[in-house]
Write a protein that binds this ligand. Structure first.
Ligand SMILES: Cc1cc2nc3c(=O)[nH]c(=O)nc-3n(C[C@H](O)[C@H](O)[C@H](O)COP(=O)(O)O)c2cc1C
Length: 144
């Protein structure tokens, strides 16, 4: 079993029907491949959990990463081994926050935005490390 959580941003504004289409496409494939999870759409962001057999999740996630309907796909967590499903009964449960009472979902939207912003900062910092810091260490090693 493997479970991945990620957050991403819409590539362009999405209607409720666009989000529904993604959920329906996902549900059909996931049902046939033992995948469960949830997909949250929040204004400009997606948050998704996908869980199922390891190889199936790896290949689905690489499809999802390349999907032009969203961008900045940031991995939040990846767990595998002897883990239980969080969403055993959902082939892909869609939660479109734009359809819900805004007062109730406001804190969720703020938290998702925080997670996205923080993850992007971390990714940028990691990229900077790769470019500058590791290169620096390697050149120090090379002179020894
Ligand atoms: C936010 C988002 C979530 C998605 N979730 C799933 C999913 O759970 N299951 C699925 O089969 N496809 C999902 N897709 C669609 C895949 O990205 C992709 O279109 C699908 O695997 C078919 O890939 P292919 O066109 O390269 O064959 C999702 C797409 C997006 C944008």
């Amino acid at each position: 079993m493997k479970r991945i959580r990620y957050i991403s941003s819409f590539a362009k504004p999405m209607t409720q029907a666009d989000i529904q289409n993604i959920a329906e496409q996902a549900q059909q494939y996931n049902k046939e491949h033992g995948i469960t999870g949830m997909l949250v759409a929040s204004g400009t962001l997606f948050f998704q959990i996908i869980e199922g057999p390891e190889g199936t999740i790896d290949s689905l996630y690489s499809n999802i990463e390349r999907d032009p309907r969203h961008t900045n796909v940031l991995l939040l967590s990846s767990e595998s081994g002897d883990i239980d499903r969080i969403c055993p009964d959902w082939s892909m449960h869609k939660i479109d926050l734009s359809l819900m009472e805004q007062e109730k979902v406001a804190p969720i939207k703020v938290l998702l935005q925080m997670v996205f912003t923080q993850s992007q900062l971390v990714e940028n910092a990691i990229n900077a490390l790769e470019r500058y810091a590791w290169g620096e260490f390697i050149s120090i090693d090379a002179t020894e």
